[in-house]
Design a protein around this ligand. Structure first.
Ligand code: NAG
Ligand code: NAG
Length: 276
């Protein structure tokens, strides 16, 4: 189980998306991304020299510089992901949404988590959705494009499947369930539809697209369920940070607690595991 929990850690996009984010809490987040699990616990598992870090940190565009600076100072090459395109509602003009992507990339983000215009899905404007995501793709340049479908607002599973396909056809490197700000987050029925779309797309094109559930994923147990779902639906091939991410802010704290319990046989007191 400890091995699976560590695998989950390496797939986390450690996220903070708050109005009161500052350079100093971004710095703490980056430190936690580099040292996600206490050194002595990793030693006990014989994993201390395996470079266990989270997959990325994920922040708002205005905080990308802080994250890039903090990670550089810590001497590590964890990618910085930024949400963009009027996150979370996508209710800003296309021109500003595209500019937001370009500026985040300019500041050093190498992964961009975009949100789509939900109306295009709800009214069946698939070509327009494709065109919009193509433009996001272009604006990203070399940066990876993660497309958030906000499945809680898409109305039906059929729409989720179609939107997943369009997002992949338009060049997304990942499809992601939710922003974490909708009233419905990542659910398993939706996830299965998205995973089957990924599989169908792979069979048709040979291209492997990644999957990122996000929103409300807080417990170590949840992360294990997500990992086994990926294993079942897509196979071991997908169980790595290149093709699977979990978007989460507090999940890591629970995973570290469970690993502490695994190693020491007791539960950590609050102050044993300082977490941002
Ligand atoms: C989203 O798409 C709808 C339907 O085409 C359009 O009316 C609306 O202006 C778009 N929203 C944005 C923010 O561009
Ligand atoms: C969805 O996720 C967000 C962010 O983790 C959380 O604040 C919210 O309570 C969740 N909503 C539901 C319905 O689980």
């Amino acid at each position: 189980m400890a091995a699976w929990l560590l695998k989950a850690v390496t797939c986390i996009d450690l996220t903070t998306l708050s109005g009161d984010d500052t350079a100093s809490n971004i710095q703490r987040l980056c430190y936690k991304a580099k040292y996600p699990i206490r050194e002595d616990l990793l030693k006990a598992l014989n994993m201390h020299d395996k470079g266990v870090t989270t997959a990325a940190v994920c922040v708002y565009p205005a905080r990308v510089c802080d994250a890039v600076r903090a990670l550089k100072a810590a001497g590590c090459d964890i990618p910085v992901a930024s949400v963009a395109t009027g996150f979370p509602a996508a209710q800003t003009h296309l021109k500003t949404r595209l500019e937001e992507i370009r500026l985040a990339v300019e500041d050093g983000a190498t992964e961009i988590d975009v949100v789509i215009n939900r109306t295009l899905v709800l009214t069946g404007q698939w070509k327009a959705l494709y065109d919009e995501i193509r433009q996001f793709r272009k604006a990203c340049g070399e940066a990876h494009l993660k497309t958030i479908l906000a499945t809680g607002e898409l109305g039906s599973l059929t729409n989720v499947y179609k939107a997943s396909m369009i997002a992949m056809m338009a060049g997304s490197d990942f499809i992601k369930t939710s922003t974490g700000k909708e009233t419905v987050n990542a659910t398993f029925p939706v996830a299965i539809v998205m995973l089957r779309a990924i599989r169908d797309f792979f069979w048709k094109t040979g291209n492997k697209v990644g999957f990122k559930p996000a929103g409300g994923i807080r417990s170590a147990k949840d992360s294990l369920v997500w990992l086994s779902l990926i294993k079942e639906e897509l196979g071991d091939e997908w169980m790595k940070p290149e093709l699977f991410r979990i978007g989460a802010s507090t999940l890591l704290a629970d995973i570290e607690r469970q690993i502490y319990h695994h190693v020491t046989g007791r539960y950590a007191a609050y102050h044993d595991l300082p977490m941002s």
